[in-house]
Design a protein around this ligand. Structure first.
Ligand code: SF4
Length: 282
């Protein structure tokens, strides 16, 4: 255990910036974005992969967007180049207001529609009635059961009619993602594409800054990785980008089951929710 489990929802409020040096108050673009050698080549390679994927799989290909910074880059590339790739996201019912507000912003900015996939309301109500609102803090199994219901079940429906999906996974996001391949096959035989696998955080934010990409304002408030509100906190300076996700668990158990380990060059979605690890949206 690395941090105390919060006792109520007020613990999830963004950190106070009072007293911090002015430089830390800068936007995420200023804080993390930086041009590095090869950036333009990485952008071109990603666009080429997306174009090839659209040619291979459209209309049965979807960007499973977490609405995080990486997925906003992919959304921009898809929308800017009018690629026939559907953009979809999960509404788990426990997202931050800032995350929910980003969906209509994206739709208005690009003139596109974003699919929203939610868990069955009755099943969620029954789960909460039986286990409570805070069962994710009681055990890894309870947390994974919540992820299975709120994330894996709607993801499975999102993917059911699709042959391929696109994610914003990067190898630099965490040790668990260090082996993320550019392309893999999931358990259902779908092609899973990770066209930002080779990008750095600096690449992501440089692209967002240069192209004026809309993004979640929580990123400016030290939330580099954003998931459900109860399970995401701001990070301290110097902490790993995903340190604010399921922070009370060991690194080895983190992730929500949307993406399985990548050490063997495979990426598998486990829609049944019975797997043991943890990362779409969030
Ligand atoms: S991230 Fe937390 S709130 Fe969201 S589905 Fe998983 S356990 Fe539930």
């Amino acid at each position: 255990m690395t941090a105390a489990v919060p006792t109520d929802c007020t613990d999830f409020a963004p950190v106070s910036f009072a007293g911090r040096p002015a430089a830390t108050l800068a936007s995420a673009v200023t804080r993390y974005g930086r041009h590095t050698p090869g950036h333009e080549a990485r952008v071109a390679a990603t666009l080429d992969r997306l174009q090839q994927a659209a040619t291979r799989f459209a209309p049965r290909i979807v960007l499973a967007s977490s609405l995080g910074a990486e997925d906003m880059v992919l959304t921009d590339l898809i929308a800017r180049h009018r690629l026939p790739i559907v953009i979809a996201t999960l509404d788990t019912g426990t997202l931050h207001a800032e995350t929910l507000a980003l969906v209509p912003r994206v739709e208005a900015h690009y003139g596109i529609a974003v699919e929203r996939w939610a868990p069955p309301g009755g099943a969620v109500a029954a789960f909460v009635l039986r286990h409570g609102e805070r069962s994710m803090f009681e055990s890894i199994a309870q947390r994974q059961a919540c992820c299975a219901l709120r994330k894996l079940e709607p993801l499975a429906r999102m993917l059911a009619s699709r042959c391929a999906w696109v994610t914003g996974l990067r190898r630099g996001q965490s040790a668990a993602r260090a082996e993320v391949p550019d392309e893999a096959t999931d358990d259902a035989g779908r092609t899973k594409l990770n066209p930002l696998a080779a990008w750095s955080e600096a690449d992501v934010w440089h692209y967002i800054g240069v192209h004026g990409v809309p993004y979640n304002p929580l990123h400016d408030r030290f939330f580099p990785s954003i998931g459900c509100a109860p399970c995401t906190r701001a990070v301290a300076l110097g902490e790993d980008a995903r340190a604010g996700r399921w922070w009370w668990e060991q690194e080895s158990t983190k992730e929500c089951g949307l993406h399985k380990p990548h050490a063997q060059g495979r990426a598998e979605v486990t829609a049944g929710g019975a797997e043991t690890q943890t990362s779409v949206p969030a």
